[in-house]
Design a binder for this molecule. Structure first.
Ligand code: ASP
Ligand code: MG
Length: 420
């Protein structure tokens, strides 16, 4: 069997859903199809949740926006009187019911109870549309078999429980195609959880692992994995094949090609991951997999941009050296405040650390560090990583920028630069 994953862009309007149907109808063999929320629905739901939590009556307007958007897609796919209308109304009703209740004090919990509707709506619509057009499939509520702990918004999979339940749920024989939600799961007491933004790739990998898929295919609006994000770099080129290791490195350094957790469950069972274009389904895309796990002979440079960085520079007030003891103290604070370090450089007197600017700013961090050290910081920076760098690549992307920190190993060059 295979797992297909379709992201938000591939179901963003009625023509997109029709295109998905043509891809699925051309497929053969057993299939699990994992689908994200339509278009930017998850962002719209996040706004809805914020309003709800603030007890702001504008929540009703926001709900209408989400509703109208889905209604418009449905009207482009179905005729009046189709049973999908009442199924979708049931979901709307459930959202409404929640909106009428007072929020609990736990924002992250409330978030998961609402955010799931994006995926529930999209999978219901796609499943019904395929069934109506002769592509028989079964809709599955993933929450009954993908079990997690209760770390809201970033739940961890309970592999043991999920393994049995997923195998029981997805039994091929009578059914060739299952359609289910990415990104969400549930606790053992059936409270909805979510796996972190963009988590549908990860769901596809988990199902691929448990069901021993032949391959997992992620359908995107790009021709495959590009060597650079077109938003930041000119003339990106498609990478035809890539090792698991390379893919993990890319996502670790901030490339948003696939969710960072996706590779491990696939690598553990040597399942290849195909990244393919839903705009040009006949093209080959990028293959990430076991056959590709060899050293590059002539690799393309890969450019990765991580924006919104702040560089914190820490030194001892009395001109003494940064030693292991002082560093241990510093790192304990970063760990306590759950701040992920992206780049680290040590000199005799300074420890320089770059992190993502946190939502609530860096004041608390600076205050804590200032208890023992002198602290300076620069913000408005970006971290550019060039894997398999060449002198030309550095010349092209870096020479015109103001560089704050530079690091090179044999294959990777990294530059913390002023944001343009
Ligand atoms: N719909 C979720 C999000 O936008 C999950 C996903 O798209 O993978 O983050
Ligand atoms: Mg998405």
């Amino acid at each position: 069997m295979r797992v297909f994953k379709f992201g938000g862009a591939s179901v963003k309007d009625a023509p997109a859903v029709k295109n998905l149907a043509s891809i699925v109808s051309a497929s053969e063999g057993n299939l699990v199809i994992v689908i994200s929320a339509m278009g930017k629905t998850t962002n719209a739901l996040e706004e809805l949740i914020r309003l709800y939590f603030k007890r702001d009556e504008k929540k009703w307007e926001q709900f209408s926006l989400i509703r109208n958007y889905h209604d418009q897609i449905i009207s482009g796919l179905f005729q009046n009187g189709d049973s999908i209308f009442s199924e979708i109304d049931t979901l709307y009703y459930k959202i409404e019911e929640r909106l009428n209740r007072l929020p609990s004090l736990d924002f992250d919990f409330e978030y998961d109870q609402f955010i799931c509707f994006g995926e529930l709506l999209s999978t219901k619509i796609v499943s019904a549309y395929l069934n109506k057009n002769g592509i028989r499939n079964k809709w599955m509520d993933i929450r009954f078999c993908l079990k997690t702990d209760d770390k809201w918004r970033e739940a961890n999979i309970d592999w043991e429980l999920s393994d049995d339940l997923v195998k029981e749920a997805f039994t091929f024989g009578e059914e060739r195609i299952f359609i289910t939600q990415g990104f969400i799961g549930a606790t053992i007491s059936d409270l909805t959880t979510s796996l972190g933004r963009e988590g549908s790739d990860y769901t596809a990998a988990i199902l691929g692992n448990i069901l021993n898929a032949e391959k997992v295919e992620v359908w995107k609006d790009v021709p495959g994995i590009l060597n650079a994000d077109p938003q930041f770099f000119k003339n990106p080129v498609k990478v035809d094949e890539m090792s698991y290791r390379e893919a993990v490195e890319l996502t670790f350094f901030g490339a948003k090609v696939i969710h960072p957790k996706t590779i491990k469950p696939l690598k553990n069972k040597n399942i290849p991951l195909y990244v393919r274009s839903f705009i040009d389904p006949s093209s080959s895309g990028t293959i990430i997999g076991p056959g590709q796990d060899r050293e590059y002979i002539n690799p393309l440079p890969v450019y990765i941009m991580k924006e919104k960085q702040v560089l914190i520079t820490i030194s001892q007030p009395d001109f003494s050296f940064m030693n292991e003891k002082s560093m241990a103290w510093v790192f304990a604070i970063f760990s306590e405040l759950e701040m992920k370090i992206n780049l680290l450089q040590l000199s005799a007197l300074n420890l320089s650390i770059s992190i993502d600017v946190p939502e609530h700013g860096v004041i608390e961090l600076i205050e804590r560090l200032s208890e023992e050290f002198e602290v300076r910081y620069n913000d408005n920076l970006s971290l550019i990583t060039i894997r398999h760098f060449t002198p030309e690549a550095i010349e092209k992307e870096i020479s015109h920028r103001l560089v704050y920190v530079e690091q090179r190993t044999r294959r990777i060059a990294r530059f913390l630069v002023k944001r343009e």
